[in-house]
Design a protein around this ligand. Structure first.
Ligand code: HEM
Length: 440
């Protein structure tokens, strides 16, 4: 990252190492969420049996199984710095912070590798306090939210049955579209404490368990930096970072050919997961078998060849719809911070989030539309455990705090973000102007 004294050194950072050495071919199977976690642990230099939060070292082994948010969040992050995850996950921090004291075993004497800070009087902590007060005790899913997820699931199941009975490609495409919308919303649920609706995500070729790492712990906490696993998800086909070394193909043609690769990205991820399971590099969990169960149903009703073809149409369409919505949702535009651009002098984590996100004006404040198109993105990034249906009520608090700290959040129309996304793929020059500043 450009600027900022405690930033990770790009040359030694595992994330950068992965971009340069671990992309494709023989190393293809190594590029997983679990590898990102291992790399982060290496970068953070935290003893492998402990967890770091701010400058404290904690032994959370015994606490993990009692963690109200779910055991896995704690287990998978052992041996790393979880400051950002801890701060962002607890909108009511009093109880978690009180509990922490019990598990403190030492002091971390080396600086954090993260570029971000959480000053008690800074932007994020101030905003979080106000948001906590505004929400009251409740931040989990509302009944409307649960109903919405269930309706999206039912739409997928009905379309799937229709495709299985008729064998029609059109119904396979409708099924894939319904699936993409259902998993977009299911992403709201995998950020929360463990719950059954988060597994809707696993009906697709993605895995909620892996996305809790590559998306919740990586992308969400370090958006558009080299610590963001999603920023290099499409490398070497596409590179969103403004690098001078970008070759001719990446610079001029990736914006064209990437569209033709959309249908295969999600099925490729599933293939990688299964291959890694075969070679013993990762284990499969029951929810990872859901796409296979879909294939079995289709093969049973249509025969293997036609069933496989339908399955590919469903997941190819899902991949296209999901990626079109996801890539144009909020993060890629030339006026949005990408690693290498000059960051704001205030390294507050919340300000960093504002710099790396653009809000789409068309869906802002409307959870029914935002939920299926990754809208209300800024508030969702800042408070990922708060239900999508509770976010619109938080805009007045966000706006008031932005005014007070002299920061603003980016707003774009959808066409601006689509055009910006394609232009960003060819950007080679870093942005010296600070997109959002509260210091100059
Ligand atoms: C990797 C780090 C962590 C992550 C990602 C995480 C995630 C979560 C999530 C998703 C929830 C549910 C939030 C909700 O429903 O509002 C939660 C709740 C909670 N977590 Fe964590 N957590 C982490 C670390 C910790 C630690 C270290 C502690 C304390 C030692 C802790 C204590 C709690 C408590 C007490 C709650 C319940 C809070 C409430 O109901 O208001 N968490 N956590």
């Amino acid at each position: 990252m450009g600027g900022g004294g405690s930033n990770p050194d790009p040359q030694s950072s595992y994330a950068e190492f992965r971009v340069q050495n671990n992309i494709w071919g023989a190393k293809f199977l190594d590029r997983t969420s679990w590898d990102w976690l291992k790399g982060k642990g290496k970068d953070d230099s935290v003893p492998s049996h402990l967890w770091r939060i701010h400058d404290g070292l904690y032994d959370l082994e015994e606490f993990a199984s009692r963690h109200p948010g779910g055991e896995s969040w704690i287990r998978i992050t052992r041996g790393s710095d979880i400051t950002e995850a801890f701060e962002a996950s607890h909108v009511h921090p009093d109880v978690p912070e009180g509990l922490l004291k019990k598990y403190r075993v030492g002091e971390a004497t080396w600086p954090r590798r993260s570029p971000f800070t959480f000053h008690p009087q800074g932007f994020y902590r101030t905003l979080k306090k106000r948001v906590g007060e505004r929400l009251g005790k409740e931040n989990g899913p509302t009944w409307k939210s649960r109903l919405f997820q269930d309706l999206l699931l039912v739409a997928f199941l009905l379309a799937f049955l229709r495709a299985a009975v008729t064998g029609a490609r059109l119904w396979a495409v409708v099924t894939g579209t319904c699936l993409a919308l259902a998993i977009n919303y299911a992403h709201n649920f995998f950020h929360m404490r463990d719950n059954v609706r988060m597994y809707v995500f696993d009906l697709s070729c993605w895995s909620s368990r892996e996305w809790r790492i590559s998306h919740a712990l990586s992308h969400h906490l370090f958006p558009n930096t080299i610590l963001d696993a999603e920023i290099i998800m499409f490398y070497p086909f596409l590179d969103y970072l403004p690098r001078a070394s970008k070759g001719f193909l990446l610079k001029y043609f990736s914006r064209i050919y990437i569209n033709f690769l959309f249908p295969i990205f999600m099925p490729l991820d599933l293939t990688k997961r299964y291959l890694n399971a075969v070679v013993g590099k990762q284990s499969l969990h029951p929810e990872n078998l859901l796409p296979l169960a879909e294939l079995a149903i289709l093969a049973f009703s249509r025969g293997f060849g036609e069933g496989l073809s339908l399955w590919m149409w469903i997941h190819g369409s899902c991949s296209v719809v999901f990626l079109i919505i996801g890539l144009t949702a909020a993060h890629h535009h030339e006026d949005i911070f990408h690693d290498g651009d000059r960051p704001s002098p205030d390294r507050d984590w919340g300000v960093g989030q504002l710099q790396a996100i653009g809000e789409r004006t068309e869906v802002m404040g409307s959870p029914w539309l935002s939920g299926i198109t990754f809208g209300d993105h800024i508030l969702h990034h800042l408070f990922p455990t708060v239900d999508a249906f509770r976010l619109p009520a938080l805009y007045p608090v966000l706006e008031e705090t932005c005014r007070e700290f002299h920061v603003q959040f980016n707003r774009f129309t959808y066409p601006e973000l689509v055009i910006g996304m394609y232009r960003q793929t060819g950007r080679t020059v870093t942005n010296p102007k600070i997109p959002i500043s509260n210091c100059e």
